[in-house]
Every structure is written in C-alpha cells, then in structure tokens.
Ligand binder design. Structure first.
Ligand SMILES: *[C@@H]1O[C@H](CO)[C@@H](O)[C@H](O)[C@H]1NC(C)=O
Ligand SMILES: *[C@@H]1O[C@H](CO)[C@@H](O)[C@H](O)[C@H]1NC(C)=O
Ligand SMILES: *[C@@H]1O[C@H](CO)[C@@H](O)[C@H](O)[C@H]1NC(C)=O
Length: 612
C-alpha cells in the first residue's frame, strides 16, 4: 500500500513569506441569510436585493468562521424611508456594544433606493464559529431595509471558504495544564516559504531546546470532523517535477558543424556538431554538454539514474553506424552503446545508472555517426522513474510487524549512507526506511496498519490507528513529517541521517545511532486515538550545537489544501504556519489544521512535548 507521498528534495524557489498584512473584505448579503426574509428588489442595492425588516422579532444572522481571532471593520449598509430605527450588531457575547440609529428621512418611498453605511472599527471577532447578528430594538412603522454587511480584516491567508464556513472548523486544541515539570521553555522557529506546489514540503518549523533530555512526538486525528477522505496527489503548479533535463530535435552534425544550439527546455544544455577527419568508422559527431543539480543543492538530478532516448533518421544513405559515449563524474569517456541500423528511422532508449552524472562540472554526451546525412530526429535525457521498492520482513508477530524497505533510489546514497537494522542477532542492511505495523482489530483478522515510517534521513511519519471503515483495506494517510534528531535548518534539505536502528520487539524500543555520532532511544506506543514516540537517552554530537532537536516538515498551499495550517504552543499562538512570525516559545508545540483540508483530509496533527 502506498501511503507515502514522494519524498521531495526540491527547495529552490524560496518565495518570502508575506510580511505586510493586507486588508481583505468579505460581504454578507442580507438576502443570503440562512432563513427566508422579506426580500425587496432595489436597483441600487448590492446584488439588487435587500431584506425588509418590519418587526423587532426579526433577526438577520450570518455564520462567520475564523481560524484565529481577528480585528475587523464592520460596515452595515441599509436604506430607510421614514422614522429612525435602532439597530444592534451582535458578535460573540455582545459585549462590544455595537449599535446605530438609521438616518430619519422621508420621501414617499424614494429613499429606499438611497443606501447609507455605518462603520464599526476594530471589532474583535473570536477564533472559531461566530454568529454575526443584526437585531432591531426600535423600528418605525415602515421598518428598515438591510442591504449587506461587510467585514474587513487584516489577514494574508483567510479565504471566502474559511470566512463563510464552507470548510469545517476544528475544535480548539488543548494543552497539558502548565504543571511545573522543572523544564524551561524552548521555542519553535519559522523557516517556511511559499510554494504553489502542493507536493512540496514548504513548511519547515524547527523546534529548539538547549537541554532537552526527553520528549514525545505524537500524532492524533484532526481536531475537525470530516467525512472526506481525500488522498489524491496534486501536481498542478509543480514545476520542480519537470523530469526532462534537455531535448534537441532535427539536428545533424553536417548541418550545424561548429554552431552551438541551446536546448529549448533550458539553457542548461548546449549541442554542437563536428566533422571527424581521422576516424576510420565515424565521419561526424554531435556533442551535448549539460549541467545538472545534485545532492549538494538538495536535488537528485545528477544522482538518480536517467533515461536517454534518441530517434535517428537515415536520410538517403543505405545504413549508418552509431556510437554513443558520455563523460560524467568520472571524467572519463565511457561507451554507452554502439550499433548500426538500416531502417529509415530507429528509436532507441538507454538507462544511464545512478551516480553517473556530475553536479560539479558539465557532463557530455557524444553521438558519433558514420554517415553525415544521418539526422537526429530527437534526443532527450529524462530523469529515471524510481522502480518499485523492495520490502523485507524484519520482525513479525501477532502484535507488531517491522518492515524494512530498500529503495530503487535513495537521495542520501550519493554520500554512501543507508540504514542498517538489527533485531537480536539479525542484521538488515542497505535500507532507506522502516515501517512499523500494528493490528487493527476492527478491520478483521490479519489486518495491520502502519503507524510509523522512519526514514534513514531522520524523517518520521506517524498516524494513529485508523477508524473502523466499511471498506476493507481502509487506511489513514500520512501528512506532516518530523525530523527526529538534530539537523541544520540552513541545509537545502535538512536531515538527521541514521546509521543503525536496533529494535526490541517486546518493548517497541528503537535505539538510533546517527551518522554524526549522536544517539537516542525511541519507544513507540499507541492508543486508538494517538501514536506516540517517546525520545529519550539523547546524546548529541558536538557539531550539532545550537541546532533544533526536531523539525516539522509540512505543506501549506491554501486553506483547504494543506497538511497543516497553524502552530500553537502551551505559551503562545495560534499563528499561521506561513505567518511572518519568527519564534514561538513553549514546552509543547502543536502543528495542526484549524480548518478542514480537502487534501489528505484524515492525516494527523503532530505534537511535540518536552518532558525533561
Ligand atoms: C479599519 O479602518 C481604519 C480607519 O479607516 C483603517 O486604518 C484600518 O486599516 C481598517 N482596518 C481594516 C482591517 O480594514
Ligand atoms: C549554453 O549556452 C548558453 C548561451 O550561450 C549559455 O548561457 C549557457 O550557460 C550554456 N550552458 C552550458 C551548460 O554550457
Ligand atoms: C542497495 O539496494 C539498491 C536497491 O535494491 C541496489 O540497487 C544497490 O545496489 C544496493 N547497494 C548495496 C551496496 O547493496
């Protein structure tokens, strides 16, 4: 079962977080209130409709949903023909005393088309679900017509779907009572950036504490209740997923000679031709030179295997010999293939192994042909698809199942890293991750669900045991992940690479030995609403001084399309995950969704609690 979305390296487009808040205004049309009211047509009214109020027993109410407390300017627009009316605007507990009297004016009904506004500034609207209600304490015989209420708020993120309660709001989180555990507060630091791509982990929140000795990381079901269970990928606007490195079409060495052609896809690849004087077989060659980004800049392009594809056309020659060579990180010219063909056109494909290309200097591909009339209809180099992972049973019992995974490509293999797992005297090497499964009794005999995936780079993904479902094989998706272990937030892809994991099945304990010499013990526990890692016995390598001991990595594109939207601690918050805040102090840090997401809807909220 594939519950893990692609593990991404791409962190290039650093768009700064919005620092200036912008006022956004939301309109509540009186005629759209929940209950039917007397509606009048007015040519000058917004939406050409008003609600005519003639009784003090009448109220007009609007639902307003806010993910955090906001200050609003509230404008009520009305028309009146006749005596003055007293109107009250109630929000929350109605302590803000917002009231006005309509302007008295009579003109045989003509004033119903004259709209006036009253503004209340800096009205506090509470976080959560609010009712904004207009009530009428005194009305003249002709009443009053309400056109609309506008609410203007300073917030860079809130949308119509949130404000108008189209997305379900979550309950407010709670924190352990501030019992004195003798622990000083630490802080979470903002390192996020804006992205249009929903498959990129753009939320990076680093959790710091100078003397942490023990903490828990837990995953619990969202604070909202939603029956959506959306797990689809969304690659729209994901330019970093462009997998073709370069492409050239309709070139032949004879035609271009020493001219240089740049790949239409990017200026990262150029091509030229050359006539060969002293070669017994080949009379010309085409050379492509190109640069690729790799491990050092958080990319995989230079490291992962790649697919070369070429289509040759003979022209009017009877046949042609072809030789293809490349120069990559070894700096040597290596033969890839040599063949001859006599069809009019021929298309061939080759897989170039991982770790072939260089990220430090240009790479070369040379295509030699024996017949100068031979045309390259098309030649392109594409990032290789990662093949299926290989799963190994490491330990299996009725109560727990630990699986190891060997990946076709693992992003830390270029620096020679992989995970070794030991259980008693058994050793499993060359792994990229482990997955821990526990039984789900209500899904029937033999039904297991993964509650933890721990990657070699220190990333952990947790989920609670899934709800009962009528669908066999129902599963809960992962969303936010957490790097457990110290990592450098300045790295393009922060990681805490683990060398060895020693597993004790009886206690579900894992001893982690990191590549930098740090160590820790991780104990897995779960209830039917929460899965928890207790991290203790930590020793840190001196090189990690000042680094965060854990880092949340999550995704926020827009409300409703998120893996998390808010952060709150036992001391401060909530704040938006992409807000321009810098640090939040606390001993307990919750990364959660205050508003329903229609993406990985049931993926959990994550909480770090410093215990000692
Ligand atoms: C509310 O009105 C004041 C005064 O006009 C203005 O300065 C402020 O920016 C407004 N706030 C919002 C959220 O529109
Ligand atoms: C290809 O040529 C263009 C235009 O001269 C140049 O900007 C680019 O750096 C070249 N690319 C490589 C990989 O040499
Ligand atoms: C590690 O596993 C991958 C994927 O199965 C394989 O391609 C690679 O050769 C292995 N490396 C070693 C050192 O065994």
């Amino acid at each position: 079962m594939e519950t893990v979305r692609p593990h991404l390296a791409f962190l290039c487009l650093l768009v700064l977080l919005p620092t200036l808040t912008t006022a956004v205004s939301f309109r509540l049309e009186a005629e759209n209130a929940a209950r039917p009211h007397q509606i009048n047509w007015r040519s000058k009214a917004s939406n050409h409709r008003t609600v005519h109020v003639t009784s003090t027993l009448q109220f007009i109410s609007f639902p307003v949903c806010l993910y955090r407390q906001l200050s609003a300017n509230i404008t009520v627009t009305y028309s009146n023909d006749g005596g003055s009316d007293d109107v009250r605007v109630k929000v929350d507990d109605d302590t803000q005393n917002l009231q006005f009297s309509s302007v008295e004016a009579s003109s045989a009904g003509a004033f119903w088309e004259v709209f006036r506004s009253t503004v209340f500034r800096d009205v506090t609207l509470q976080r959560g679900y609010n009712q904004l209600t207009l009530s009428f304490e005194k009305l003249d015989t002709y009443g009053i017509e309400i056109d609309y209420v506008d609410a203007s708020v300073d917030d860079a993120f809130i949308t119509e779907d949130v404000f108008h309660c189209k997305l379900v709001l979550g309950a407010e989180p709670t924190f352990s009572a501030n019992e004195d555990r003798g622990v000083c507060p630490g802080y979470v630091q903002q390192h996020s950036y804006v992205t249009p791509c929903a498959e990129e982990d753009n939320v990076h929140l680093a959790v710091h504490h100078e003397h942490v000795q023990k903490y828990t990381l837990s995953a619990s079901n969202p604070l909202y209740r939603s029956i959506y269970d959306i797990k689809d990928h969304d690659f729209t606007a994901c330019t970093n997923f462009e997998s073709t490195y370069w492409r050239f079409e309709d070139v032949s060495a004879d035609d271009i000679e020493d001219d240089v052609i740049t790949s239409p896809l990017s200026n990262k690849a150029n091509l030229t031709g050359q006539l060969l004087q002293n070669d017994a077989v080949y009379n010309s060659k085409v050379s492509v030179w190109f640069t690729l980004k790799g491990f050092k800049t958080g990319f995989v392009d230079a490291d992962i295997h790649s697919d070369l594809q070429a289509t040759f056309s003979l022209g009017d020659a009877p046949s042609s010999n072809v030789k293809i060579t490349y120069e990559g990180r070894s700096g040597q010219e290596v033969l890839l293939d040599e063949f001859s063909f006599n069809d009019r056109t021929v298309t061939k494909a080759w897989t170039v192994p991982e770790l072939t290309w260089s990220e430090d200097r240009p790479n070369f591909l040379h295509i030699y042909v024996s017949n100068g009339k031979t045309t390259l209809k098309k030649v392109e180099l594409v990032q290789g698809h990662t093949g299926p992972d290989t799963a190994l049973d490491i330990f299996s019992s009725d109560s727990v199942f630990l699986q190891g995974v060997r990946s076709d490509f693992w992003w830390r293999r270029p620096v020679g890293e992989s995970l070794t797992v030991k259980v008693r005297d058994h050793v499993f090497t060359n792994l990229s991750r482990v997955a821990l499964y526990v039984p789900v009794p209500w899904s029937g005999q033999g039904s297991f669900h993964q509650i933890l995936v721990l990657y070699q780079d220190g990333n952990a993904r947790l989920v609670p045991v899934p709800y009962a479902a009528p669908i066999k094989g129902h599963w809960t998706p992962f969303g936010t992940s957490t790097i457990i272990g110290k990592s450098n937030p300045a790295d393009l892809r922060p990681s805490a690479p683990i060398k060895t994991l020693t597993f004790v099945p009886e206690t579900m304990e894992m001893t982690l030995d990191y590549y930098d010499g740090s160590t820790s013990k991780v104990t897995v526990t779960y209830t039917f609403s929460e899965t928890t890692l207790t991290v203790s016995d930590m020793t840190f390598a001196p090189s990690t001084l000042g680094q965060p001991f854990a880092t949340f990595r999550s995704m926020y594109k827009a409300f409703g399309n998120t893996d998390s939207d808010s952060v709150e601690t036992d001391f401060e918050g909530p704040v938006h995950v992409l807000g321009s805040w810098s640090k939040l102090r606390g001993r307990e840090f919750l990364l959660f969704r205050s508003v329903e997401s229609r993406r990985l809807t049931q993926s959990p909220d994550l909480r770090i609690k410093i215990l000692a």
